[in-house]
Design a protein around this ligand. Structure first.
Ligand code: C2E
Ligand code: CA
Ligand code: CA
Length: 470
């Protein structure tokens, strides 16, 4: 062997020797490149295929199996990963994901591709014809126990399945449909699997139609501001309005935000809606403020808007183009967002407050209700959520809670607006407990601008303070 090598080395001319060396170097580089490529395609935590490689792998498989067609996509999501991660720590969470990755791989059949899509989401691509049996097996693997830091944990998981070409004819639809099925499996309790079917297809078509209609509705001016008065408890006067969006749908009639705001948030259309509503509302209400009919106009903003670091600057810019004074505007921010990104919230709130814009905390009492967080922010108003007001005067514990919240707010110099006041009993209780402002069906339901203006004009005289100004 050794002799042969030496012999070869001696017998080839110098140039051929260099060629051999070159070939060896090329092979080395190619191996390196393959390694880099493999690493780029691999999820480092689990060693499974990563999201990028999964997408291209899925497309390749669909192309390859277009003729003999049967490719099932299973999307897998752990049911209780977040709470395990929170209670045991991120490192334990990582161990769990790595272990689960190993088990999924060990369970995989020939020709199957398993990927980690990110977080606690995995995917399996299989050509196994028995979709139900394969899904059952996945759910069983997900339900197994793991021992992490000596503790037995069993997060359980849900699976959504869609099949090519029976359910979907391309990779994007296949993923979308498997996701819809996963969502259904999770929302019916988890630890189960669900396959895309006719009911989900109907839902998906309904959503697509709604999406098209919504995109068209915004430039067509079909989204309009409605108004609900805010009442001063001591005098019973309407001192402000809250702007509430309505969609005047050409076929379905008037739609409340619940029918389109969540969809608009998902599609990234909420900003356009909020801007359109804001502009129309400012145009209508600026004269009411100028005449002293009301003091303030409250607008809702979506948490999605607030995630934009430029949100407050843009809002101030848009406000300057209207005739509404900054001091007459209240921006309602939900408490859940505030606590999600306290630093960003603070920046927005301080920027708005510096211009004289009032910031109100909306839906207070549904989240963590952290009055102490409020102390450090220039928030002047808190809106007590309807869920609390509902039980006021009926449930003595809630009544006491609301009364003590009102007291705490007063001591912090924060004004409280009670939302969803529906009965005289609630109104009387809230007034006697020192709640300054109220809003709800007991006083008036949301209404179109013309009706709101007529109602405001029926109040005999403008409020004395504003009469002096305006
Ligand atoms: P929200 O800001 O908490 O608004 C109060 C909601 O309670 C309104 O529902 C209002 O009609 C309703 N309401 C008022 N008084 C009563 C009452 O006495 N009883 C009951 N049962 N309900 C009452 P609406 O108009 O359906 O709005 C729902 C939510 O949609 C709003 O909740 C707000 O979060 C959102 N929203 C409304 N307009 C806009 C908008 O222009 N932009 C954004 N981003 N969100 C909006
Ligand atoms: Ca609100
Ligand atoms: Ca609210």
């Amino acid at each position: 062997m050794r002799f042969q090598q030496d012999h070869t080395a001696h017998s080839v001319p110098q140039s051929s020797k260099r060629l051999v060396e070159l070939a060896a170097r090329v092979a080395e580089l190619e191996a390196e490149r393959a390694m880099t490529l493999r690493l780029a395609q691999t999820d480092s935590l689990t060693g499974l295929v990563n999201r990028g490689a999964f997408s291209s792998g899925l497309c390749e498989r669909l192309d390859a199996h277009a003729g003999d067609g049967h490719t099932a996509l299973f999307i897998i999501d752990l049911d209780r990963f977040k709470s395990l991660n929170d209670s045991l720590g991120h490192h334990a969470g990582d161990l769990l994901l790595a272990e689960l990755g190993r088990r999924l791989r060990a369970d995989a059949g020939p020709g199957e591709m398993i990927a980690r899509l990110g977080g606690d989401e995995f995917a399996l691509v299989s050509h196994d014809a028995d979709v139900a049996a394969r899904a059952e097996r996945l759910v069983a693997v997900l339900s197994q126990q793991h021992v992490i830091y000596g503790r037995a944990v069993s997060p359980g998981g849900s699976v959504g399945v869609a099949v090519f070409p029976a359910d979907a004819q391309n990779a994007a639809d296949l993923q979308h449909f498997a996701d819809m099925a996963l969502y259904r499996a999770k929302s019916s309790g988890g630890r189960r699997w669900s396959r895309f079917d006719a009911a989900l297809r109907d839902e998906s078509e309904r959503r697509r139609t709604l999406e098209d209609e919504l995109r068209r509705a915004i430039p067509a001016g079909e989204i309009e501001p409605w108004f609900q008065p805010i009442i001063e408890s001591m005098t019973g006067r309407m001192v402000g309005v809250e702007v509430l969006a309505r969609w005047r749908h050409p076929a379905k009639g008037l739609l409340a935000p619940a029918a389109f705001v969540p969809m608009a948030e998902e599609l990234g259309l909420i900003r356009e809606i909020d801007e359109a509503v804001f502009e129309a509302a400012c145009a209508r209400t600026a004269p009411w403020v100028a005449e002293g009919l009301i003091e303030s106009v409250a607008c809702n903003v979506s948490p999605h808007d607030l995630l934009d670091p430029a949100f407050s600057r843009k809002l101030i810019g848009r406000l300057a183009k209207t005739a509404l004074p900054a001091t007459a505007l209240t921006v309602e921010i939900t408490e859940t967002f505030l606590l999600k990104d306290l630093a960003l919230s603070r920046r927005h709130i301080e920027r708005l407050a510096a211009k004289g814009v009032n910031v109100a905390l909306d839906d207070f009492g549904t989240g963590y209700s952290n009055l102490r967080a409020l102390m450090h922010l220039p928030i002047q108003t808190v809106k007590l959520d309807r869920s609390l007001i509902d039980d006021v005067g009926r449930d003595s514990r809630v009544s006491r809670l609301v009364a003590s919240m009102l007291q705490a707010a007063r001591s912090l110099g924060v004004r409280i607006v009670a939302e969803g006041v529906e009965t005289e009993g609630q109104a009387l209780f809230l007034r006697s407990a020192g709640c300054e402002r109220m809003q709800g069906y007991f006083f008036a339901r949301p209404m179109p601008a013309d009706a709101m203006e007529a109602m405001l004009r029926e109040q005999e005289t403008p409020t004395p303070r504003l009469a002096a100004v305006g």
